[in-house]
Design a protein around this ligand. Structure first.
Ligand SMILES: C[S@@+](CC[C@H](N)C(=O)[O-])C[C@H]1O[C@@H](n2cnc3c(N)ncnc32)[C@H](O)[C@@H]1O
Length: 358
């Protein structure tokens, strides 16, 4: 197994490549990137045997901002008459898997392969369970990824559930709630799925908690908070959906989100204001260091150029502000599936030292 295959949003290959190269170099692991604009996948090839596996083990997948999913494996050419036999042979070189995921790139070319992957899924699964390379009862075992670059060229790889995305291609299947006033609602839901372990939802997204939604209108994000039975202050000069206001759980404050200060500290601050990333990160740092919220989710809208550098600068700014205030926090950032030219940042305060609310 010589390389890592990383999925990313089409158009963000350069960022995903720069990121994996930087993180590998920091860990002293040699490798090079193969990709092309719009491919929606990046290959990180390690010439030294065992290095790709070492890199995967030494890297926390959650550290990767631009990679939606990854797998460790190698490439395979398969004849159109029999694709299954070569895949079975390739599986002999890897670990036993718990399940099979058939994947393509998130591109039009990838979508064109859907009919083929659909046709192959059942016979391949049957063949893999018969040969016992896939054992569904081994829930601790890795997932087997069979990625189709074309009908003839495949990548066969593995990922481990505790260090990878929870969905094939890193794309969650979330259903748009019909009552929500905007499609943006899925962004906050996906962020929660990504940043908050499912068994912590009841304590960290609990009924009765208070939240502030900056740039809230028409209310897609507020809808998610209300759906968790929180009390929400929605800050936006624009109009909020009537259905949300009728819930009795929302106070609409028509003012500038940058000037708004909560009367009392809240559990959650969420922000979807479209602005320069430096302004958004300063806003986030202010809320955290002044003790106005315990957890926050904010979008950094990315400029056209230097997007990787810009995100790193934003995160550094937040980290420096928290350090200076003696606040220990968990900071994470991801380009979610529902994110377009943006990334989503999550911060949870773990220990606030001797700070007081200002
Ligand atoms: C992308 S929309 C938010 C969508 C919302 N999250 C949803 O799910 O429905 C951005 C919103 O930010 C608001 N906005 C822009 N600048 C703002 C500011 N300085 N203060 C408060 N709101 C602002 C806009 O009026 C707009 O409604």
């Amino acid at each position: 197994m010589q390389e890592l295959l990383l999925h990313c949003r089409p158009g963000f290959e350069a960022e995903a490549a720069a990121e994996i190269q930087t993180l590998a170099a920091e860990r002293g692991i040699n490798g090079y990137v193969i990709t092309r604009d719009g491919a929606a996948v990046v290959r990180f090839v390690c010439p030294e045997t065992g290095d790709a596996e070492r890199l995967m083990r030494r890297l926390d997948f959650r550290q990767l901002i631009f990679a939606r999913q990854w797998a460790l494996g190698s490439w395979l050419d398969v004849p159109a008459e029999d694709r299954i036999s070569p895949i079975i042979s390739a599986c002999a070189a890897g670990p036993i898997a718990s399940q099979l995921w058939l994947e393509t790139a998130d591109t039009n070319d990838g979508k064109a392969l859907a009919a083929l992957t659909k046709k192959l899924e059942r016979p391949l699964h049957t063949a893999l369970t018969k040969t016992r390379f896939v054992r569904p009862k081994n829930t601790e075992a890795p997932r087997l990824h069979v990625f189709f670059e074309s009908g003839q060229r495949l990548f066969v790889g593995w990922s481990w559930a505790d260090n990878a995305a929870a969905w094939p291609m890193g794309i969650p299947r979330l259903k748009f709630p019909r009552e929500a006033p905007s499609r943006s609602t899925l962004k906050l839901e996906e962020a929660w799925h990504h940043f908050i372990p499912r068994d912590e939802w009841d304590s960290r997204l609990a009924p009765g908690m208070t939240a502030v939604d900056l740039g809230a209108a028409p209310g897609g994000w507020t809808w998610q908070l209300v759906n968790r039975h929180m009390k929400v202050t929605a800050v936006d000069n624009g109009p909020m959906a009537r259905s949300l206001m009728d819930s009795g759980q929302v106070e609409h404050v028509q003012t500038d989100g940058y000037l708004f200060k909560p009367a009392r500290p809240v559990q959650w601050m969420v922000c979807d204001i479209v602005d320069k990333p430096a302004r958004s990160s300063a806003l986030l740092a202010r809320w955290l260091t002044r003790g106005w919220c315990r957890e926050a989710i904010i979008n950094f809208k990315l400029p056209m150029k230097q997007r990787y550098r810009e995100v790193m600068q934003c995160l550094e700014h937040v980290e420096d502000a928290l350090d200076a205030a003696n606040i220990r926090a968990h900071i994470a950032c991801k380009q979610l599936y529902t994110d377009r030219e943006e990334v989503t940042c999550h911060v949870q305060i773990l220990h606030a030292g001797s700070y007081k609310v200002q």
